[in-house]
Each structure stands twice: as C-alpha cells, then as structure tokens.
Write a protein that binds this ligand. Structure first.
Ligand code: HEM
Length: 254
C-alpha cells in the first residue's frame, strides 16, 4: 500500500469508527460508586447543540434466561453548557418513538423529574396509561448535567389501547432509542403534565446485554427505590367533579 493509500484507509477506518461509536452494541460495565449497583451502559455522543447521554440497565438475575419485566435504569444526561442544561433526555424502551414505552427525565430545581409516555405518532407523547411505575434510588443535578438511578417496574413490557410490546431481555439484544432536547419542558413541576419540544438529538441503537447486567443483588438494590416524584396527575381526575384544583407541588417521599 502506498502512503496516500494508507492515509486514505486510516481516514475511512476512523470515519467508520466515529460514526458507529454511538451505536456500539457492546456495553461498558459501570459500577455506581454511591450505590454499588452494577450496570451495562451505552454512551451516546452529543452533537453541536445537545450534549450526550449515557443509559444503563441492571436486570434481575434470570433476565438472560427469561424475559424480565422490570429494570433498574441509569441515565446520565449532559449538556454543552449551563444554558442548555435544563432540557430533557428520553429513552425509548422499544427502540422506536412510536408504540413503545418512553422514559422522559429532566432536572427541576435540585430534583430529577420523570414521566412515562407513549405515542402512536411522531407528536408530543402523552402520559402512558399502562401499569408501569418509576421510583428513584438516587439522583443528582449540577450546572451541566443530571443523573438518575431508578427502578422501573413493568417497563419492559407495555400495553396502551390495543398496542402491546416488550423488550425481550432473554434475547440478549435490545433495540433502544434515545432523544435529547436543550429546551426545558413547560409545567416542569408536574412531570405528567410537562410539555416538551421536539428533540435536538435522537436515534436508535442495539444494546447487547452481557452477564454484568444481571446480578443476584438486584432485589436488594431494587428495595432501595423509595423516592417517588409527584406527577400531579390527580388534577384531571379531581377536575371531573367540576372543581378546579391547583397541581400539587413537587413532593419526594423519602
Ligand atoms: C414534542 C415531542 C416530540 C416530537 C415532535 C418528536 C418527533 C419525532 C420525529 C418527527 C421523529 C422522526 C424523525 C427524526 O428522527 O427526527 C422522531 C424520532 C424519534 N423520537 Fe421523537 N419526538 C418527540 C418526543 C420524543 C420523546 C419524549 C422521545 C423519547 C423519550 C422520543 C424518541 C424518539 C426516538 C428514539 C426517535 C428515533 C426512532 C424513531 O424514528 O422512532 N421522541 N421524533
């Protein structure tokens, strides 16, 4: 190979590597220093507008043999700078924005707010009406990033209206999606009423699960999830009686 050929080959290889980096299916194992929880994680690079994000999963011990219905999730959402740090991050647990369960998270004051959403169309997803619930184990907000470790019960299978689906952990491969916006949600103190703008970054990747994602300690890790962000979603139920209620303030049950 001549020198120009070698340079061209190196350039092509570097380009391919940098394009595929965000979609590398192989997980990086991450042990959270505060909790000791071990995750398979995948890092998504940001673009010129939005910072990147890291998503991780810890699963029940048998998840690679029989499909798990729940996970402990890790989401670390970074920003390019503090003026874009109030935006939201989302994970599509079915690998598509449409017809799969969507996990939405954003910082509000010193808390990380979360909401489960669902949509059949590429429009603002509405609140998921199925059984899944989220409770937090830890969260952190600083000037340019936020992170949350959360237990998501019944989040690996979903059902809304007549649409059902699942993320089959026993296959060892999950189709996942990510989305990120630098714009802060409206109505931030009530996550299920939060309004969002379309993402500045979005895409999918195939996540390869390895044995580090499953652990006999899963049940004890899960038992630490006792912090529930108020969704304020009782507002619409109560207003059926003809009275107007103000949304409850954000409340964390600790
Ligand atoms: C106002 C809210 C939103 C609008 C208008 C919107 C719109 C769209 C549109 C038009 C696409 C297809 C083209 C593209 O890639 O840009 C898309 C893709 C995507 N969106 Fe959204 N989105 C919204 C919120 C969300 C949320 C909250 C999530 C996740 C929690 C999400 C996850 C995704 C993912 C993973 C993709 C790529 C996979 C796919 O095409 O299905 N989106 N979105």
């Amino acid at each position: 190979m001549t020198r120009p050929d070698r340079l061209l080959a190196a350039f092509v290889a570097a380009t391919i590597l940098s394009i595929s980096y965000a979609q590398n299916p192989e997980a990086t194992v991450y042990t959270d220093p505060g909790t000791g929880i071990i995750f398979d994680t995948w890092n998504i690079q940001g673009n010129s507008k939005a910072g990147g994000l890291t998503f991780g999963m810890a699963l029940p011990e048998t998840a690679l043999e029989s499909d798990a219905s729940e996970l402990i999730g890790y989401l670390n959402c970074g920003s390019q700078n503090s003026s874009t740090s109030k935006g939201w991050c989302g994970i599509a647990l079915g690998g598509s924005m449409t017809n799969g369960l969507l996990f939405l998270a954003y910082p509000h004051k010193d808390k990380v707010m979360t909401s489960l959403r669902f949509t059949p169309k590429y429009t603002m997803p509405s609140v998921y009406t199925g059984n899944a619930t989220v409770s937090q184990i830890t969260s952190r907000v600083n000037a340019t990033s936020f992170s949350v470790i959360f237990h998501c019960r019944d989040c690996l299978h979903w059902s809304q209206n007549s649409t059902t689906g699942s993320a089959p952990t026993s296959s060892g491969l999950l189709d996942l999606g990510y989305a990120k916006s630098v714009d802060a949600p409206g109505n931030p103190s009530c996550p299920d009423e939060a309004t969002i703008m379309r993402h500045d970054l979005g895409g999918t990747w195939t996540a390869m699960l390895d044995e580090a994602a499953t652990d006999p300690s899963y049940n004890s890790w899960r038992s630490r999830a006792n912090s529930t962000v108020s969704t304020c979603s009782n507002t619409s139920r109560l207003s059926m009686h003809g009275e107007i209620f103000h949304p409850r303030p954000v409340r964390l049950k600790l």
